[in-house]
Design a protein around this ligand. Structure first.
Ligand code: MN3
Length: 204
């Protein structure tokens, strides 16, 4: 089974002005496509992994031969992380959480504003390239983390609800070095309706 680049459900310019069309196009057609191609190239060297899902690969990197483990970690992570990233953004954001997820965010972090502040801080202070995450931990409790490069929470026994890409390729054309401004603007794009559904599925 070859891994494939998933179709985007919106146009490159759909997330303007917060994420510009050129960044979206390059991010999707070059970066994300590159992870998919590199993953398939690596997996071709170990055919017994062909039927594993991205999640199964990321949860079980130990079954990957050492020769390709680094490539699988980076590129399965890159493929999963970006596939999720596209899905959690919309031009029609409610701007505030909805459903059970809204309640659990309030219970866990005190308020949506406090959650936003903690998550934004995790995104801002991740040194170099990486991601900020809202995950479920092993007890199904919400937890904010960050990871370097394309490392995915599944590899640390956590389940990602959503992640924010803070690699420079995600924002540099429009924001240059102003990562904080990119993060602040990104909140305008979060698809809380989709996330409420994802949370419901993952938290049972
Ligand atoms: Mn990226």
């Amino acid at each position: 089974m070859e891994h494939v680049l998933p179709k985007l459900s919106y146009a490159y310019d759909s997330l303007e002005p917060y994420i510009d069309a050129r960044t979206m196009e390059i991010h999707y057609t070059k970066h994300h496509a590159g992870y998919v191609n590199n993953l398939n190239a690596a997996l071709a060297k170990q055919p017994n992994l062909a039927d594993l899902s991205l999640r199964e690969l990321l949860e079980n990197l130990g079954v990957v031969n050492e020769e390709i483990r680094e490539a699988v970690r980076n590129n399965a992570g890159g493929h999963y992380n970006h596939s999720l990233f596209w899905q959690v953004m919309t031009s029609q954001s409610t701007k505030i959480p909805v459903g059970d997820l809204a309640e659990v965010i309030n219970q866990t972090f005190g308020s949506f504003d406090q959650f936003k502040e903690l998550f934004s801080k995790a995104a801002l202070t991740r040194f170099g390239s990486g991601w900020a995450w809202l995950n479920l931990d092993q007890d199904k409790k919400l937890i904010i983390t960050s990871s370097s490069n394309q490392d995915n929470p599944f590899s640390s026994n956590q389940t990602p609800i959503f992640g924010l890409d803070v690699w420079e390729h995600a924002y540099y054309l429009k924001y240059q070095n102003r990562r904080g401004e990119y993060i602040e603007n990104w909140w305008n794009l979060v698809d809380w309706s989709a996330l409420a559904e994802r949370f419901k599925e993952l938290s049972v």
